[in-house]
Write a protein that binds this ligand. Structure first.
Ligand SMILES: Nc1nc(=O)c2c([nH]1)NC[C@@H]1CN(c3ccc(C(=O)N[C@@H](CCC(=O)O)C(=O)O)cc3)C=[N+]21
Length: 284
């Protein structure tokens, strides 16, 4: 029997629909949940994603403000803008779209750290990551959060399941590993280029892919009946493909969150969830 497809687009719409009432309540107090987004340079995918985020903010009744900055913008100019947004009470969430242009790569950490934790709707600030590790309330990174919501959709009890996470970024691998562990999973975190990769992936009752390797994971690398969450968003010939080879994986897995149509739309829904939470906390 082929895998059940976890429909991220549908779930994303449901979540955004549910947020509308919360936004209405905020607006009754004169608060319009607003996200400020820094888009640096001319990366096509980044422009697409920021556009989708702005559209989602409007759709839930909030607002998305995009600050488009030229490729050669200086570190100082970015820091100045973040400082301005940090101190602007009409802005509740701040996001710096990644990747930044090459000349800013060694400044990326300083830039992300400059966002005050109260407005860190991306969940990349050390305070957000620290809260997640400790188990305190805070902003959970949108992609990791998206994975957990898609897992919930399976209706399966996660306790005791072996979760294999391929990838270890601060955006996905590290936070999702912590969240899975908190749910009672046994967690294995593997580097995408580990020579024994298949040995590990085949053990996963849950398999989270964050590899940036188009269609790399095939059915023979997956445990029969596993829940596979594909966070890969690779561009091949102008089309988005995941890290999983959908055709072969769906013959083996029990559930599959595909790319596109899985994690992507859910990232945006969870960003909106974080934005509403930020606005609520800042206006309480
Ligand atoms: N500071 C920061 N925060 C991020 O959250 C962030 C980022 N930088 N940099 C890049 C990644 C990637 N990302 C996606 C968002 C939406 C889709 C999405 O909606 N994808 C749709 C397809 C969209 C379409 O093609 O129309 C899908 O997978 O079905 C994908 C990927 C956010 N990211």
């Amino acid at each position: 029997m082929p895998a059940q497809i976890l429909d991220g687009k549908k779930l994303s719409n449901e979540i955004k629909e549910g947020l509308k009432a919360e936004v209405e309540a905020l607006k009754a107090k004169g608060v319009v949940p607003t996200i400020g987004m820094l888009l640096v340079g001319d990366d096509e995918a980044s422009a697409l994603y920021v556009g989708l985020k702005a559209k989602a903010a409007t759709a839930i009744g909030g607002e998305g403000k995009t600050f488009k900055l030229p490729e050669d913008v200086t570190f100082e100019e970015i820091m100045e803008l973040i400082d301005k947004l940090n101190n602007d009470p009409s802005i509740h969430g701040i996001l710096v779209q990644l990747p930044l242009p090459k000349h800013l790569h060694d400044k990326e950490k300083a830039i992300l750290d400059a966002i005050i934790p109260e407005k860190d709707v991306d969940g990349f600030h050390p305070t957000s990551i620290g809260n997640l590790v400790i188990g305190d309330d805070g902003f959970v990174g949108c992609t990791a959060f998206a994975c957990m919501k898609l897992l919930e959709l399976t209706g399966q009890d996660l306790k005791g399941k072996h979760a294999v996470v391929v990838g270890h970024s601060i955006e996905v691998g590290k936070p999702v590993s912590m969240l899975l562990f908190a749910k009672g999973c046994v967690v294995t975190i593997v580097h995408p280029d580990d020579p024994k990769l298949t040995e590990y992936t085949k053990q996963g009752d849950i398999l989270i892919l964050e590899m940036a390797k188009p269609k790399f994971v095939t059915g023979d690398m997956v445990k029969p009946g596993a829940i596979v969450i594909d966070t890969g968003s690779n561009w091949v010939d102008g089309k988005q493909v995941g890290d999983a080879d959908k055709e072969s994986v769906e013959q083996v897995a029990g559930w599959l969150s595909p790319s596109p149509g899985g994690v992507g739309p859910m990232i945006i829904a969870m960003l909106m969830y974080n934005l509403v939470k930020a606005a609520q906390q800042q206006s309480a």
